[in-house]
Design a binder for this molecule. Sequence first.
Ligand code: ADP
Ligand code: MG
Length: 254
Amino acid sequence: MLKMEHVAVNIGDRIVLRDVNLHIKPGEVHVLFGPNGSGKSTLLGAIMGFNRYKITAGKIWFKGQDITDMPVDARSRLGIGIMIQRPPTVRGVSLRQLAAICARGDISVNIEELAKAVNMDAFLDRSANEGFSGGEIKRSELLQLMAQNPDFVMLDEPESGVDLENIALVGEAANRILERKNLSTAQQRRERIKAGLIITHTGHILDYVPADIGHVLYGGTISCNGNPQEMLDCISKYGYQHCIRCSTEGGGSQ
Ligand code: ADP
Ligand code: MG
């Protein structure tokens, strides 16, 4: 689904990421851990193609196509979607209009129904994100993602600023977007296509969305890969320093 090889990313003249390698297969959900400022949002933004992030080396492929130099709207049409950490207020454009733009004329998309699923039906005719609380902004982003229905879904700290009551709702919506539900047989799980990359600090989202592989971003690059829950336990206990030790001791595979 997504492959990155030796990718380096600059913001202005500053090197934020270097030599990033990542391979996400169809049906897989990966989790990205890393301290504040380590470049997690930069990595997601570079995959989406936001022009603030300059890819200075390496290549990104999506569904076998080289998207390294592709503009953001073309990547979105190919099936990449993102829930950004701090989306802007879009004054004068209602949440309903924004969701309709995300749906790109797909008449099977019922915006009212999707808005109800994330408890945002009362917000549809307000300017997108204007005066929304932290949790409302996250639910507004989820509504737009559901309307877009991308094959590859990136969630940047979906649970931050969301109170405990709403965490379950955010988790359910993320599961719905990733089609992680109602897959009871091994056959159904094998046929699952939708893939994702989730940034989480607290790991709360992992209580709802089962993840397959975890990575740690440290020192501008991905330094560890492993079981997401074990990594989260390890980071909570020993901190990110442990990850450097792990990667410098060779391997970097666990
Ligand atoms: P994370 O999501 O892991 O907290 P970010 O990707 O947001 O980290 O940021 C990585 C680094 O890039 C940080 O040091 C941050 O200050 C810097 N950065 C992010 N956005 C900008 C920007 N627009 N201009 C300059 N520096 C930026
Ligand atoms: Mg971030």
